[in-house]
Design a protein. Structure first.
Length: 512
C-alpha cells in the first residue's frame, strides 16, 4: 500500500512513530506528506516522544501550548539535535580516552561583539523566558554599565538597552528565574557613598528592537543580591547572614550560617549561590553549604532568625555550582525510591583549592549529590525538624583537571547534568631539575597548554549515553583564549548557549 493512499488520520499516527530526521526526510517526498508534516499535532507528538520523554533539555517557558507552530517545530528540532549531540559526545569522549586521544566539541554558531577595551566584563547572564533569550552584561570602567543584548541567528548580538547611572558602581547582580515575574533582575548599586538594591529592575521590551530598564523598587542595604525568584530576593553579606525578602510585600527573614570551630566572625566567607529548594533554602558559601527551613517572612522587627538544619564544608572552594537535577530515581544502600518532580535531588559541582604551593598539578572537579530525605514530610505534626535533604552530600562523579590560575573561576552545572567551565593554563614551568616526562598531569584530563580553554562535560543523567564509560571526561570547546583573559561565564543548558566575557571588553556567545 502506498503512503499517498492512506487517510490523513492514519498518516498522523504513522508520523508519531517516526524519529525527527525521518519526519524531515518524509516531508521531501510529496506535497501531501509535506503538508501533514507541518501539522501541529505532528510536532507536539514529536516533542513529547523524542525530546521530553528522552530527558532532553527543552525551555520551560513559554509552555508548549503557547508556542505557535513554527516556534514549536524549531524548538523541538533544536532540542532533539542538542540532546543527541550531548549523548554522542559522552560516548565519543569515553572511546577517545580509552584510545588516549582527545575530542573537541565544535559550536554551530559563534557571535562576538567588542565593547570599550578599557572596561572589563564582570558579569554575563542569560535572561530566561524571553522569545530568543536576552543576554545581560555588566562592564566596569570608571563607572558600571549594564547592557541588554538580543541574539539573532543571522545578525548576532544586537544592543537593545543600556543603563549607566552617573557615578555608580554595580557590586551585585541576580537575574529572576521566574520568567513571568514583574522584575527581571536585582542589582546592587553603590552611589554617592550609599548602597542600594534595585530589587525591582525591569527590562521592558519596547518593540522595534529596543528596550529599556525601569526601576520598580529600592531597598537600602549593604547586602548583595544573590538570587531572585518571583518577588523573593536573597541577598547576603560576606560573613554568615543571608536575608530573604519579598521586595513587594516588604517582608523579611534572616538565615544565619553556622561556623566551623575556630572560625572567627570577621573571616571572609562570601556567598556564591542561593538555591530555593523543596521546602528549604540552600546557601552556598566559599567555605560551607548550609540548608535552612523554608522561612516565614514577616514585616515585624526584629526580623525572624533561622539557624541551619544541615551543614557541610568542602574546605576551601575555588568554584561551585548547584542545580536541582532532573534525575527522579536514586539508588540507596537499602532500597530504590522513586520521587516526584517536587522532590528532586540537588547536584553540587565543586573545584576545590589548596594553599599548599607544593601540591600536585593533578587536580579534579567533584560532583556531589544531596539526596532527598525519605523521612521528610511536608506536614509535620510533632514539631520535630527533619531536613528535606540528607547530609552530608555523597560523591557521585569526578572529572580530571589540572591546577592553575584563573580570572574566571566560575562553574555552571545544568539540571540535565552538563557542565561548562574554564580550564586553566599549565602555568608551572617544567624545567630545571625536573624533566618533562615527570609531570603529574593526569592522562584523562583535557590537553593542557599555555592558554585557557573552555571545556564541557556530561555527568551521569539523561544526556549521558548508555554506552559511555562510568568515568567522566571533559572535552574542549573550541576556540581557546590565547590571552588568558576570560572574566565572566554563563550557560543556558536548555538552548545550548554559552556566554563569555573578557577583561578586554569582548563578549562572545557560542551555540552548541
Amino acid at each position: 500500500m502506498a503512503l499517498d493512499t492512506i487517510d490523513d488520520d492514519t498518516l498522523i499516527c504513522i508520523f508519531a512513530f517516526l524519529a525527527i530526521p525521518e519526519i524531515l526526510a518524509l516531508r521531501q517526498t510529496c506535497k501531501r506528506l509535506h503538508a501533514i508534516s507541518k501539522l501541529r499535532i505532528v510536532w507536539r507528538n514529536a516533542c513529547s516522544t523524542h525530546v521530553l520523554a528522552q530527558g532532553f533539555p527543552f525551555p520551560p517557558t513559554p509552555p508548549i501550548h503557547a508556542l505557535d507552530l513554527p516556534d514549536l517545530e524549531t524548538r523541538t528540532r533544536h532540542a532533539y539535535r542538542l540532546g543527541r549531540k550531548w549523548q554522542q559526545q559522552s560516548s565519543q569522549s569515553s572511546q577517545s580516552q580509552s584510545q588516549s586521544a582527545s575530542t573537541n566539541i565544535n559550536p554551530r554558531r559563534e557571535w562576538s561583539v567588542s565593547l570599550n577595551a578599557s572596561a572589563s566584563i564582570s558579569d554575563v547572564r542569560f535572561v530566561p523566558g524571553r522569545k530568543g533569550p536576552w543576554l545581560l552584561t555588566v562592564s566596569k570602567g570608571i563607572w558600571s554599565v549594564i547592557t541588554a543584548w538580543d541574539i539573532h541567528h543571522d545578525h548576532g548580538l544586537h544592543k537593545i538597552a543600556e543603563w549607566c547611572p552617573k557615578g555608580a558602581i554595580f557590586n551585585g547582580f541576580a537575574v529572576n528565574t521566574d520568567a513571568s515575574a514583574d522584575a527581571s533582575l536585582a542589582i546592587s548599586v553603590l552611589q554617592d557613598g550609599f548602597a542600594n538594591d534595585g530589587a525591582g529592575a525591569k527590562a521592558n521590551d519596547g518593540g522595534n528592537g529596543k528596550a529599556s530598564f525601569r526601576s520598580l523598587g529600592t531597598i537600602k542595604t549593604w547586602y548583595k543580591p544573590v538570587a531572585l525568584h518571583g518577588t523573593v530576593l536573597a541577598s547576603s553579606d560576606d560573613g554568615a547572614e543571608t536575608v530573604i525578602c519579598d521586595w513587594k510585600k516588604r517582608t523579611c527573614a534572616v538565615l544565619r550560617s553556622g561556623r566551623e570551630a575556630g572560625q572567627s566572625s570577621w573571616q571572609h566567607d562570601r556567598c556564591i549561590q542561593v538555591i530555593f529548594a523543596h521546602k528549604s533554602i540552600l546557601v552556598v558559601r566559599a567555605r560551607s553549604i548550609n540548608l535552612f527551613p523554608e522561612p516565614v517572612l514577616s514585616d515585624r522587627l526584629p526580623m525572624r532568625l533561622y539557624e541551619s538544619i544541615g551543614r557541610h564544608s568542602f574546605g576551601w572552594i575555588d568554584g561551585v555550582s548547584v542545580a536541582v537535577n532532573k534525575r527522579s530515581t536514586y539508588t540507596t544502600s537499602s532500597s530504590r525510591q522513586s520521587l516526584s518532580s517536587s522532590r528532586r535531588g540537588l547536584s553540587i559541582l565543586i573545584r576545590a583549592e589548596t594553599d599548599d604551593p607544593w601540591a600536585s598539578d593533578a587536580h579534579h572537579l567533584d560532583l556531589y549529590d544531596l539526596l532527598p530525605n525519605p523521612a521528610f514530610s511536608d506536614t509535620t505534626d510533632d514539631g520535630k525538624i527533619v531536613p528535606p535533604y540528607v547530609f552530608p552530600p555523597t560523591l557521585a562523579a569526578q572529572v580530571q583537571s589540572v591546577r592553575g590560575s584563573l580570572r574566571c573561576t566560575g562553574l555552571v552545572l545544568g539540571q540535565y547534568g552538563t557542565a561548562i567551565w574554564i580550564h586553566p593554563p599549565q602555568d608551572r614551568a617544567v624545567t630545571g631539575l625536573v624533566p618533562n616526562d615527570t609531570t603529574d598531569v593526569p592522562p584523562g584530563s583535557v590537553p593542557t597548554d599555555a592558554h585557557e580553554c573552555l571545556v564541557a562535560a556530561v555527568f551521569p543523567g539523561p544526556l549521558r549515553s548508555a554506552d559511555a564509560s562510568p568515568d567522566v571526561h571533559a572535552q574542549r570547546v573550541m576556540p581557546h583564549d590565547s590571552s588568558n583573559n576570560w572574566s565572566a561565564l554563563d550557560y543556558d543548558e536548555d538552548l545550548g548557549r554559552i556566554a563569555l566575557g573578557s577583561g578586554a571588553g569582548e563578549v562572545t556567545v557560542l551555540e552548541l
